[in-house]
Design a protein around this ligand. Structure first.
Ligand SMILES: Nc1ncnc2c1ncn2[C@@H]1O[C@H](COP(=O)(O)OP(=O)(O)O)[C@@H](O)[C@H]1O
Ligand SMILES: [Mg+2]
Length: 235
């Protein structure tokens, strides 16, 4: 079994007595360390897909297996614990707490989980993300790109196995967006961290190693970009 196995996954939303398909019968295997993107039009089901994989939403049918365990079978408490241990989230709107400094924001998941700080890992992240001289700043004193880098450090501080990112570059100019995706790729490479990145930006998606396309709730395309690039070099 792969790191993540998605089997027959569907989500139907009820709007009055109208059924709206968020996701229709998705089947997918994702290996550990995959750097993957999810593209598709607005309303196609990308966020729903991400929320199902992260256990934020429950499917109508089907399952998500994480290291062989079906996450939607967990009780609420187990699911929260599982999410805190294994998954980091990055959103379009950075969701930083404005009354906390950069360092306090980054350490927040450890404080909530009552975990000890790992100072050398913290230094490594601050260094990688270019935040070393910003640790005492407040979010309002940072650029959008810097705020998103803080959000990434906060997602990584608990050493998760999987990062789920929903339009992480959606609010950023091209240069800051490119920088964010490079940071993500670097931490993917260094820590073997698996990424699923939702984006409607094809250039961002092309930077990843595997690209799936969702249309009207359905996975209609699944491309191994590593393979594509290798063949381009040979040609
Ligand atoms: N809570 C909800 N209730 C009803 N419909 C929803 C809900 N969340 C999403 N949807 C519908 O599911 C579809 C997919 O939405 P979403 O996953 O947010 O798309 P995307 O992220 O690709 O823009 C859309 O038609 C949307 O209106
Ligand atoms: Mg969305």
């Amino acid at each position: 079994m792969s790191f993540i196995e998605i089997k027959g996954l569907s989500k139907i939303f009820l709007q009055g007595n109208q059924k709206i398909y968020g996701i229709r019968n998705a089947n997918l295997s994702i290996e550990k360390g995959t750097f993957m993107s999810v593209i598709g039009r607005s309303g196609s089901g990308k966020s729903t897909f991400l929320n199902l994989v992260g256990g934020i939403e429950n499917p109508t049918s089907g399952e998500v297996f994480f290291d062989g365990k079906s996450i939607h079978q967990f009780k609420d408490k187990e699911l929260t614990k599982f999410r805190n241990q294994h998954i980091g989230y990055v959103f379009q709107q950075y969701h930083l707490l404005k009354e906390l400094t950069v360092l306090e924001n980054i350490r927040l998941p450890l404080d909530i989980g009552r975990k000890a700080y790992d100072h050398s890992y913290e230094e490594e992240l601050l260094d990688l993300l270019g935040l070393k001289d910003r640790t005492d700043f407040y979010p309002s004193q940072l650029s959008g790109g810097q705020q998103q880098r803080v959000a990434i450090a906060r997602a990584l501080i608990t050493r998760p196995d999987l990062i789920l990112a929903d339009e992480p570059t959606g609010n950023l100019d091209k240069q800051s967006g490119d920088q964010i995706i490079r940071f993500m790729k670097e931490t993917n490479r260094l820590f073997g961290l698996t990424y699923i990145i939702v984006t409607h930006n094809k250039e961002i998606a092309d930077y990843t190693d595997r690209e799936i396309t969702i249309d009207d709730g359905e996975i209609i395309n699944d491309i191994d970009l590593l393979d594509v690039r290798e063949n381009e070099v040979i040609k």
